[in-house]
Design a protein around this ligand. Sequence first.
Ligand code: AMP
Ligand code: GLY
Length: 422
Amino acid sequence: MKILVIGSGAREHSIIWKLNQDKNISKIICIGENKGISEICETIDFKYKNINDLKDKILVLNPDLVVVGPEAPLCEGITNLLEENNILVFGPTKEAAKIESSKTFSKELMLQNNIPTANARFFHSFEDAKKYSLKKGFKNIVIKADGLAGGKGVFLPESEIDMINTLNSLLIEKKLGKSGVNILIEDKIYGPEVSIFTFTDGTTISEPIAVCDYKRVYNNNEGPNTGGMGCYTPPEFWNEELKQIILKDIIYPTLNSMKKLGTPFKGMLYTGIMITNDGPKVIEYNCRFGDPECELIMPMLDGNLSEIFLGISKSNFNNNLVKWKNKKGVSVVICSEGYPEDYKKGFEIIGLENINKNTICFHAGTKELDGKLVTNGGRVIVLSNLDESIKLSRANIYEEINKVKFLGSFYRTDIALKAEEK
Ligand code: AMP
Ligand code: GLY
């Protein structure tokens, strides 16, 4: 079987690392590259202007199966275009990917199908949004841009002025362009957060895996939001009862309501949930693996990944193929100074060869330049470790992490700290 993977981050590196363990694969090609990926498969550095170019390129390569890492090509409809050309794809259609690409769509889906979530109102007009948010009070709301915003579309106002400025920048200045011209003003809810990952073909789901991530750039959840600075599994509050409630009240109703709309969701359903005093409530859906969550999910997966992908792409998923190791795990992201805002690229990275073999090193923004490994992004390297406890897993990572060196490197030192003693 020839598999083609789309994407160039640590998420895709971890997927290819796992696929490489399968016996039934003859070739893996990745459209997108970093140094880690190019060490383990053939890579193509193909920049596409539109989704049709990407489709044409893939048709020439003629793979048996395509695995899509990032949300953008899914939301633009790469699955639709490839399936029309009889190519199997792991990843939802454009219509099903709306669960991530439109917060208005996903909120309506939840409200109409009694899937627990924070109440919300939709706005297009600045004046209406201002009036409503002033009545609610800045402390009680969350402002969300409707469309994709690369993790930058959710605002928790810190003052009344901040709230009005946010509304102004979205609805008047249109700072997020099309993504922000429609907004949601959502009630603020409280409680620990967990991300639930389930493989699904739209009907059958795998055993879920629960992961907690860290979005803020600095320790103690300070600084701006990022794509993710680290994560761990399982959460200290995770148990069978909570899992069953989430499956019954959230995951199954979500998939059933997508099916009812005629747009079944197949791929990796990533549901962000807050455990409130009134029970679990959905904060957001994503239509793909999380990053860095995937770098933990792949090592945790006990099963033949290509068979899982293939079954789902044919809507014929045998969920017995998905087993999770009886381990605990931690991932920590090493970033380049300035991330998530401006950062420089091209700093030499040394020390990866000294990392203990039990800790897996996934590449995010890296490349080879004049025979040297250099930084090529804001998130640079992700270290993942599994062990018998979170405490051991954390210790393994933080013992190794200083071996990776480049100018301006930094990472959070508190990933999974709160779960360590459980
Ligand atoms: P999102 O990009 O939708 O995951 O939102 C980013 C972060 O904003 C989440 O991880 C939550 O911490 C926070 N958030 C989103 N929606 C709410 C809400 N309704 N109430 C409280 N916090 C929220
Ligand atoms: N780690 C968050 C995300 O992938 O969206």
